[in-house]
Design a protein around this ligand. Structure first.
Ligand code: EPU
Length: 417
């Protein structure tokens, strides 16, 4: 079993490039099934979640190969609407294949991804979207079956913000007959990126980035060449690491416009931040201050995915930080592990209260989910002595060679095994 060994206490300095976005790549790859052509996704991160998605694509009949950071998907051959259950369950975002396969094949039956480390993750909003497009949807025995002789455009009023359901709604609508209006849409940059790809594939979609998205169905889509957007959560994680360890880091290929609330919280903590084009520089020389209250919200609010690493950065900040998690029910899995490192955190329901401590100490800890693992890394960099982090399979889902990135910034970090 691999372990990440970090010896804390060194400040970070230097420059690194931000990887392509995991949460951008996954829906884009699913969307490629809707085209009857060859798509190229540049800046595609090498992650285990991307690899699992590639396996799904191959299983349904696409030809996929990688050349450097470009992933080629050829969806021009016949597509079959089946994915092995184990593959479906291996990643949550497999649910995005629902509408792509339904639209392409007229039917689909998939195993539901099930509950997971972030608490229950229902699919009611995905089902609502597909039904609004005329699909017949049944759920039984952990499977979801959809059928539609031909999807037809309609009105999809999403009662709560969901990134995945918005993506499924768009993918279901782009080749449906007639027009669709999606209200209550998630506004995340990954949805804007999905729209950009679909448009270059010939789809008629507008409004992504706002809560109303309009789609006029087209008969066919062609393959397209697309550069995946920068990973705002990977960027936030490195910034949190630099805030925690101190020093000065420069991120290339970042998208500061998508990082607003994270940059603001880091500024409130006493970090100096500068943006120039796609370069973000953070330096932190003085002791950290607690940022006050941080509440996770759908975009453009403070992202739930940045909550764990920013919490870890706040552990040694002077004063009290209150973090309120409003998106997922169980996103404090990193807290018991941080307590082992000497943190002072109290949780009650959705709220975590963090009182700054003078020192953290290295410990043997385990990641229980992707961003929780990132929090352990951020804390380890500022801890005295050695921290050994287990559960790297979670981090491999979303971070490209984290140990190497940290070493490039001067940290003492090594992956063993
Ligand atoms: N929800 C429902 N019903 C649904 C769908 C969602 O109640 O049918 C609830 C969820 O249970 C959750 C909330 O709505 O409480 C938001 O979930 P959303 O659907 O927006 O999340 P997602 O699409 O499953 C994506 C990211 C997550 C990120 C969330 C929120 C991908 C592949 N995943 O998940 O990323 O946390 O949006 O921004 O895009 C991560 O990268 O670590 C990660 C978990």
């Amino acid at each position: 079993m691999s372990v990440l060994k970090i010896t804390g206490g060194r400040s970070l300095s230097g420059s690194v490039r931000v990887q392509g976005a995991k949460n951008g790549a996954l829906p884009l790859l699913a969307a490629s099934v809707l085209t009857e052509g060859i798509s190229v996704f540049r800046n595609c991160p090498a992650l285990s979640d991307v690899q699992a998605t590639v396996q799904i694509l191959r299983h349904v009949g696409c030809r996929v190969y990688r050349e450097g950071d470009a992933l080629w998907v050829d969806a021009s051959g016949p597509i079959r609407p089946e994915v092995p259950d184990a593959l479906m369950r291996s990643l949550r975002s497999s649910v995005i294949f629902l509408s792509a396969l339904l639209s392409r094949c007229g039917e689909v039956s998939l195993a539901l991804p099930g509950g997971c480390e972030l608490g229950p993750r229902p699919v009611d909003l995905h089902v609502l979207a597909l039904r609004a497009l005329g699909a017949e949807v049944t759920e039984a025995g952990g499977r979801i079956c959809c059928r539609a002789a031909g999807l037809r455009g309609g009105r999809i009023d999403l009662p709560a913000v969901s990134v995945g359901a918005t993506e499924n709604a768009i993918l279901g609508a782009v080749r449906a007959e007639g027009s669709t209006v999606i209200t209550g849409a998630a506004r995340e940059p990954e949805i804007v990126d999905l729209q950009a790809y679909l448009r270059s594939a010939g789809a008629l979609v507008s409004g992504a980035g706002s809560s109303v998205i309009r789609v006029r169905g087209v008969e066919k889509l062609r393959g397209a060449d697309h550069r995946i957007l920068s990973d705002r959560i990977a960027a936030a994680t490195i910034l949190a690491a630099a805030a925690s360890a101190g020093g000065s880091v420069r991120l290339y290929d970042a998208d500061p416009a998508c990082l607003g609330p994270v940059l603001q919280v880091l500024r409130n903590m006493g970090c100096r931040l500068e943006n120039a084009g796609n370069v973000v520089t953070l330096s932190r020389k003085e002791p950290l201050r607690a940022p006050g209250s941080v509440i996770t919200r759908p975009y453009p609010g403070f992202p739930t995915d940045a909550q764990p690493p920013i919490m870890a950065a706040a552990l040694r900040a002077e004063g009290t930080t209150v973090m309120i998690e409003t998106i997922f029910e169980n996103r404090f899995s990193h807290v018991p592990e941080l307590l082992r490192m000497g943190a002072d955190i109290r949780t009650s329901g959705k709220t975590a209260v963090i009182r700054g401590v003078e020192r953290l100490r290295g410990a043997e800890v385990s990641a229980a989910d992707l961003r929780g693992g990132a929090a352990l890394v951020v804390a380890a960099l500022a801890a005295e002595g050695e921290t050994r982090i287990h559960g790297l399979r979670y981090m491999d889902r979303g971070y490209e060679d984290l140990a190497l990135t940290l070493r490039e910034l001067g940290a003492e970090a090594e992956r063993i095994g």
